[in-house]
Ligand binder design. Structure first.
Ligand code: GLA
Length: 755
């Protein structure tokens, strides 16, 4: 696994069998970017790749020499002040107000393994042999500010993890006005950008656009990574598909404001950067102080999008997620939210739990409404003690009854929030984020606690520790239901206020770290009005996250499909909910709801006492099925086959079909989900082609619910299943076709087993 430095040419070649990443020390001591792509044979010199044409009006570095301008140089980490007039990765404001830093190469070191990032989530190694880290140190001679650029290359993964760190070795305070995690300058612009956009209820829908001259970006200025954009983007060649062609992803391991920006300059150079959003960010770097950027994880694939996604899945499932639950089977849960909302008492929720337990559910989760006097969303956030009206025997009383059933008990919290109608607000109005003399804006009638203050984080930690310390709570749903506004820490000086957005998230991470290390066996699930903070940062603390408040199976196809580009299915909280669905009022078959939810962390969110006995039996069978296939689903390789976002070859209405599958690591088993939103009539032939199987092996195909003419009892070699596929047409032509599923919102689940 080499990170090679060619002393003579000052070229670093970071490469493994998946990709090469080549940078060099430029004439002026800064770092240039030479190549990122398919692996290249190592050689002494790659500097010819840096082609510098002389351009009119270029600001030049050396007087009397017009051949060197940063404006026309592909760079690794451009910093304001050196004549590059494009968008910058970092800006340092000096004591005299000048915006200038000239970071020049001083030294570098290559170390085995991967160092931890202090206070921030990041990918890790379990053994130093898994990766190597290159750290390049650059110094600004005038201010003595230091910049460390760090690159971790995993030996057996197409992964490069980057971050930047600033240290002030000078005697005067500097201010960082921007400090991105990574930048890459690429020599052409023939790329399409894929990103994941949405809003509440429709998170992470796939969006694709060809790059154009100028800036295209995704971002959040909401204080959390947001429903609107995810801190993850992909560049792919226009011809790249799921199974072939070049692409790479840039994923930020961070949960706050971010900017993912792709700038195409007027000479077709593509500058990709990702990091904390510079807007609202001004970090004081006093003498001796450091600033550590979050990590950006770059994954390269020469073989299509599925391969790129699979590398993220593997990495995030096994080297970002941590702890007791990382590799253990997660419990099948039932959550109370959509069955009771805030209207419940102990007996009612106990009744739901008892029935669910009888059907095979492992864990009952009591959602919002159990604390203070919370009958609606206008009160009680911050008062983390049981409402005696609903829970006369406290959380403990209910938890004891539920655990006596042989079931686990889980609880909802929203730790970062405060209601004005709360004892906490009466005691500590100064703990609320707000601008003095301005009326603070509410979101869902609530306000944000100031997590930049350690005493606030401590107080909330103590409240939660009291409850978790009983040992009766095995799961926490950590919610967060409003965006940040009025960004101001009361009682703090003006210079502090540009640090509040980032320090708030550091406070959230500190609380997560404290609770997860104190209660290692408690399973944490992150949530933010559904998927408003579903990001790689959260996965470090909570191995699963609620991906959306939209629990409709057909809507979930898009949400799960989009999410799968950057995140493993083992991280996607997915539940079967009631019909008509509470968000879109659609009636989908119970089978379809489960066939979608199986491809995630499986659970239920409905009142099991209110459904007919035959559906209760169906649920019992579903849970058995999920548990029997847990290993395959959670640890298998996930492939996207047909996109719900359209591009269907023939026939069906755009996006009417969706298909995906998981394949066991030894390729002996697979599970295929095929979903058809609309019933066609007298339609053309369609076949479903699979992926990831062994072409040489013989497989049996079994529809878990229907008899399949021409398929049942047959076996096929893997090559045929992948290149020809099998028929899934359904003409919907007359009542005699009852052998097959009919109507809208149908699904089929195929088990593929090697003989
Ligand atoms: C958010 C969550 C839901 C539920 C409610 C409770 O919207 O996403 O799952 O917990 O809050 O108020």
């Amino acid at each position: 696994m080499p990170i090679v430095y060619h002393e003579h040419t000052k070229v670093f070649h970071i490469h493994n069998r998946y990709f090469s990443y080549i940078i060099d020390v430029l004439r002026n001591g800064q770092i240039g970017q030479l190549y990122f792509g398919a692996p290249l044979k190592d050689r002494e010199n790659f500097t010819h790749m840096q082609v510098n044409e002389r351009r009119d009006m270029d600001p030049c570095v050396y007087e009397g020499d017009q051949s060197f301008s940063l404006e026309d140089t592909k760079q690794e980490y451009p910093v304001t002040g050196n004549g590059d007039l494009r968008n910058m990765a970092a800006t340092v404001v000096n004591p005299d107000g000048s915006r200038y830093a000239d970071f020049k190469y001083v030294s570098h070191v290559v170390t085995p393994g991967k160092p931890k990032l202090e206070g921030l989530p990041a990918t890790y190694v379990e053994d130093d042999a898994e990766a190597e880290t290159l750290t390049i140190t650059l110094v600004d001679e005038v201010t003595k500010a230091e910049l460390e650029l760090s690159y971790t290359l995993y030996a057996d993964r197409p992964v490069l993890a980057r971050n930047a760190r600033f240290v002030n070795h000078g005697e005067r305070e500097l201010v960082l006005d921007a400090a991105m995690s990574a930048n890459i300058d690429l020599p052409d612009a023939r790329w399409n950008m894929l990103d994941f956009t949405g809003a509440w209820g429709r998170e992470r829908h796939l969006d694709e656009r060809p790059l154009k001259t100028g800036v295209q970006s995704i971002y959040s200025l909401r204080g959390h990574s947001s429903h609107q954009f995810n801190p993850f983007l992909i560049l792919k060649r226009p011809e790249t598909t799921e199974t072939a062609g070049e692409c790479f992803g840039v994923s930020l391991v961070y949960s706050g404001n971010f900017l993912g920006q792709v700038e195409v300059d007027n000479y077709h150079v593509t500058r990709v950067m990702m990091g904390v959003h510079p807007e609202g960010f001004a970090w004081r770097l006093g003498p001796g102080a450091t600033f550590q950027t979050p990590e950006a994880v770059i994954v390269y694939s020469a073989d299509g999008l599925n391969h790129m996604s699979q590398a993220y899945h593997e990495l995030y499932r096994t080297r970002l997620a941590r702890g007791y639950w990382r590799d253990r089977p997660r419990p099948v849960l039932i959550n109370s939210w959509e069955s009771t909302y805030m209207r419940f008492d102990e007996d009612k929720v106990y009744g739901i739990a008892a029935k669910a337990h009888e059907l095979g559910v492992d864990l009952f989760v009591l959602d919002d409404g159990w604390f203070g006097h919370r009958d609606n969303d206008e009160s009680s956030l911050g008062d983390w003690f049981a409402d005696p009206k609903k829970l006369p025997n406290g959380v403990e009383g209910l938890a004891r009854r539920i655990t006596a059933l042989g079931m686990k008990f889980g609880l909802w919290f929203e730790p970062e929030m405060i209601s004005k109608d709360s004892r906490l607000y009466e005691a500590h109005p100064e703990w609320m984020i707000r601008v003095p003399d301005r009326t603070p804006l509410h979101g869902r009638n609530q306000f944000e606690l100031d997590f930049t203050k350690p005493e606030v984080v401590d107080y909330i930690a103590e409240q939660m520790e009291k409850i978790l310390g009983t040992g009766l709570v095995s799961y926490v749903k950590w919610d967060m239901n409003r965006s940040m506004t009025d960004v101001f820490s009361q009682g703090r000086p003006a210079g502090f206020q540009g640090e509040v957005y980032h320090r708030q998230i550091l406070g959230v991470y500190a609380l997560y770290e404290r609770l997860t290390s104190k209660f290692p066996e408690v399973l944490f699930e992150s949530c933010a009005s559904g998927g408003g903070r579903f990001d790689a940062g959260m996965l470090y603390y909570a191995p699963q996250g609620w991906i959306s408040d939209d629990s409709d199976a057909i809507e979930r196809l898009k949400i799960q499909y989009g999410t799968s580009f950057g995140y493993p299915i083992s991280s996607m909280g997915s539940h079967v909910s009631a019909v008509p669905n509470h968000q879109v009022f659609r009636r989908t078959p119970l089978k379809t709801r489960a066939d979608v939810a199986y491809f995630g962390t499986f659970g239920y969110e409905l009142d099991v006492n209110k459904i007919p006995p035959e559906e209760q039996e169906e649920i019992r069978a579903q849970i058995r099925f999920f548990k029997d296939h847990y290993d395959l689903i959670a640890h298998g390789t996930f492939y996207r086959l047909i996109s719900p976002f359209g591009a269907n070859p023939v026939g069906l209405q755009e996006g009417a079909e969706t298909a995906w599958m998981v394949v066991s690591p030894d390729r002996s088993r697979a599970l295929v989900g095929y979903y058809r939103a609309h019933q066609p009539v007298n339609e053309g032939y369609r076949s479903l082609r699979l992926a990831g199987l062994d072409p040489e092996r013989e497989y049996e195909v079994h529809d878990t619910a229907y008899r399949m003419p021409q398929v049942d009892g047959e076996t096929f070699y893997g090559d045929e299943l992948m290149h020809r596929g099998f028929d899934v047409s359904d003409s919907g032509f007359g009542p005699w076709t009852t052998w097959i599923y009919q109507g809208d919102y149908q699904s089929r689940l195929f088990e593929i087993t090697a003989r």
